[in-house]
Design a binder for this molecule. Structure first.
Ligand SMILES: *[C@@H]1O[C@H](CO)[C@@H](O)[C@H](O)[C@H]1NC(C)=O
Ligand SMILES: *[C@@H]1O[C@H](CO)[C@@H](O)[C@H](O)[C@H]1NC(C)=O
Ligand SMILES: *[C@@H]1O[C@H](CO)[C@@H](O)[C@H](O)[C@H]1NC(C)=O
Ligand SMILES: *[C@@H]1O[C@H](CO)[C@@H](O)[C@H](O)[C@H]1NC(C)=O
Ligand SMILES: *[C@@H]1O[C@H](CO)[C@@H](O)[C@H](O)[C@H]1NC(C)=O
Ligand SMILES: *[C@@H]1O[C@H](CO)[C@@H](O)[C@H](O)[C@H]1NC(C)=O
Ligand SMILES: *[C@@H]1O[C@H](CO)[C@@H](O)[C@H](O)[C@H]1NC(C)=O
Ligand SMILES: *[C@@H]1O[C@H](CO)[C@@H](O)[C@H](O)[C@H]1NC(C)=O
Ligand SMILES: [Cu+2]
Length: 589
């Protein structure tokens, strides 16, 4: 083993510090404009069934702008999750150390309905790590203390302690949850979530979640230490898992299998839960009707294959109208951005089996479309939100420069920067704690950007200035962002070419290698929200920042802080300077 977890703090001493005073973004005056052009307003007689998935309940349907309203007073749905340090053999290659939720991979699917309140008790039964669970893509409207990010919205959960997360499901669709504590999600601390609601196209049955991940045989914390010292990151992944299972290069293990009945249409919820891999997905002979991107319902479109960047989700409908038999579901790797080693284990690009009831047993023999190998997102022109919202053209961009620091001996730590500062969080003093007090010292390298004015729009021009041309899947907490433009090279500053009219909106979008990404969102959710690259290793290497949104309104809107305060008391008792089994060697995210 290459244990070099000393001196991050010493090395940080030589970084360019960005100062402790948060930087203000350019203010804009335009109000958020929820366009009211949709007409579908179902009445009580309109119920959600196979032919009317656009309906939901009285006054709520697929035409509802869920950023503006959600059904009131749903049920309270409770889950208990326990994280343990154990071993598992998921692809037949042999046991490896993992950290699991309730002893399973992926963790249990959390399921609730639009408007319900989730109450999730998370117990940390690891001996030697903190933890914290982030509910990816959940807006956490007025509940930022439940976002689950150690050092930002909470102190981590100390070993043998429990934290209760409580939040309302204001959106519906498919997502996942994962540890946000250092590289821990790569150890297996991942699960899926379904919030039932209306949909933009009809289907008969819901096959549920289909999470796809890259899979490494070495422990993620070990890989993360390697990544700290290398530009590209750690060694390449060894395999993929589809719904928690796959075969390995030597032939052991098994494929996930979905069983369908001829004549029915099925919803499948594709989720990329990987550390570092882009996936292209298809079903032989079964084109997909795509109905969501992340949580946002879109005007449905038909595709032979879809591309999932890290953290992204697509819900698709497949029509079981082919000859009864077995068909491959294919997963191709975005080889243009690395991870080619997976191909050794997965040469025919096979992901799982789609099997008709009544088919003979045995593996499929079907062939499929030529799979893409690139790393760009789906074409933005395909991702048209069903509920139309426009961005005011008066919004002014604030530039965010993405770069990296030179590696310097002897540690040769590799660090990404935003505006010359590599993000590091302080687990003992989360941003939310500072924000609720009077002070302005958020710590060195806290990468805080203030967005103070309620309902004003803020626009961000993320520009690659590094000459390492890797694509970065950028993920924002607390909001869906609107994607106004993206491309290679340096943006020319011409706002007239941007898309303000119902642009794609979602919570994760790819910054093209060497290029730029233009995002906007309104300040309508007081709190502290991190925006980071979702490549686990890049987040560890500091590629993130946080928005401090409507600071003056946080205390009065987020309500009960008992769990937050209890969590910090317990963590501070556990994580005493100089007295913990391992040190923080990365950003902490
Ligand atoms: C997991 O268990 C191993 C020993 O089996 C131990 O070395 C390691 O520190 C444990 N990790 C955590 C996070 O508890
Ligand atoms: C865990 O917490 C429980 C309840 O607080 C306590 O009884 C138990 O001794 C603790 N176990 C360890 C290993 O600290
Ligand atoms: C994936 O596995 C889960 C748990 O076994 C199951 O509920 C789900 O239906 C599977 N997904 C598909 C698409 O078959
Ligand atoms: C999905 O694909 C992207 C490619 O951008 C990859 O980097 C990312 O880590 C994958 N994982 C998730 C969780 O989507
Ligand atoms: C099967 O369903 C797909 C998707 O709805 C459709 O495009 C295709 O025409 C159908 N094929 C047959 C043979 O009905
Ligand atoms: C923050 O950076 C300044 C300037 O380099 C340094 O003097 C100070 O000790 C740092 N503070 C902490 C808490 O590391
Ligand atoms: C953690 O860092 C401190 C110095 O900051 C060092 O004394 C200690 O040995 C380190 N602990 C481990 C487990 O590496
Ligand atoms: C978490 O535990 C793993 C061992 O399971 C260890 O390698 C890592 O350093 C720990 N991280 C921290 C920050 O304690
Ligand atoms: Cu990245």
């Amino acid at each position: 083993m290459f244990v070099q977890r000393a001196a991050l703090w010493l090395s940080l001493g030589s970084l360019a510090f960005a100062g402790t005073i948060p930087r203000d973004a350019s203010p804009v005056v335009a109000e958020r404009q929820a366009a009211t052009t949709t007409t579908l307003v179902p009445d009580g007689a309109c119920t959600n069934n196979a032919r009317t998935r656009n309906c939901w309940s009285d006054g709520f349907s697929i035409a509802t702008d869920f950023d503006a309203k959600a059904p009131p007073a749903g049920k309270t749905v409770t889950y208990d999750l326990e994280i343990t340090n154990t071993t598992a053999n998921l692809d037949g290659h042999g046991d490896k150390p993992v950290m699991l939720i309730n002893g399973q991979y992926p963790g249990p699917t959390i399921r609730a309905k639009w408007g319900d309140t989730l109450v999730i008790n998370v117990k940390n039964s690891l001996q030697d790590n903190g933890t914290g669970i982030h509910w990816h893509g959940i807006r956490q409207l007025n509940s930022c203390q439940h976002d689950g990010v150690g050092g930002i919205t909470e102190c981590p959960i100390a070993p043998n302690k429990t934290r209760t997360y409580t939040f309302k499901c204001t959106q519906f669709g498919t997502t996942w949850y994962h540890s946000h504590w250092s590289a821990q999600y790569g150890e297996g601390v991942v699960g899926t979530m379904i919030i039932d609601g209306p949909a933009t196209a009809p289907y008969d049955e819901d096959l549920g979640v289909l999470p796809i991940t890259d899979w490494y045989y070495a422990p993620a914390f070990e890989l993360n230490e390697q990544a700290q010292h290398s530009v590209r990151g750690p060694p390449e992944a060894d395999n993929i898992l589809v719904n928690g299972t796959h075969v390995n290069a030597d032939g052991g293990g098994k494929y996930a299998k979905m069983t369908v009945t001829k004549g029915k249409r099925y919803r499948v919820r594709l989720i990329n839960t990987s550390m570092d891999t882009v996936f292209h997905v298809s079903f032989d002979n079964h084109p997909m009707t795509v109905i969501t991107s992340d949580f946002v319902p879109i005007k449905s479109f038909v595709a032979d294959q879809v591309t999932l960047a890290i953290g992204q989700r697509y819900d698709v409908i497949i029509n079981a109208n082919q000859t009864v038999g077995n068909y491959w579901m294919r997963v191709m790797i975005g080889t243009a951005c690395g991870n080619n080693k997976i191909l050794d284990a997965n040469l025919p690009n096979i992901g799982a089996i789609l099997s008709y009831s009544g088919a003979e047993s045995g593996n499929p023999t079907t062939s499929g479309v030529t799979m893409r190998t690139g790393c760009d997102d789906e074409a933005l022109s395909n991702l048209v939100p069903f509920v139309k919202n426009d961005v005011p053209k008066s919004v002014v961009p604030t530039e965010l420069d993405l770069n990296n620091l030179p590696q310097t001996p002897p540690e040769n730590l590799f660090r990404w920067t935003i505006d010359d500062s590599s993000h590091v969080v302080d687990w003992n003093e989360p941003t939310l704690e500072v924000a609720l007090g009077e002070g302005n010292d958020f710590g060195n390298n806290s990468n805080v950007y203030t967005i103070p004015t309620k309902d004003n729009w803020y626009m961000w021009w993320i520009q690659t200035r590094s000459n390492i041309p890797l694509p970065h899947p950028i993920h924002l907490h607390g909001h869906d962002f609107y994607i106004l433009g993206t491309g290679g090279g340096v943006w020319d500053g011409d706002t007239s070419k941007l898309k303000f009219d119902n642009p794609p909106r979602r919570d994760t979008a790819t910054l093209p290698g060497g290029g730029y990404l233009l995002l906007a969102f309104p300040a309508d959710n007081p709190g502290t929200w991190v925006m980071h690259c979702h490549i686990a290793f890049h987040a560890s290497q500091g590629l993130s920042l946080q928005f401090l949104e409507q600071r003056g309104s946080i205390k009065s809107t987020i309500g009960n802080l008992d769990e937050f305060n209890k969590g910090c008391k317990e963590w501070n008792e556990y994580w005493v300077p100089g007295n913990h089994p391992y040190n923080q060697t990365d950003s902490g995210l």
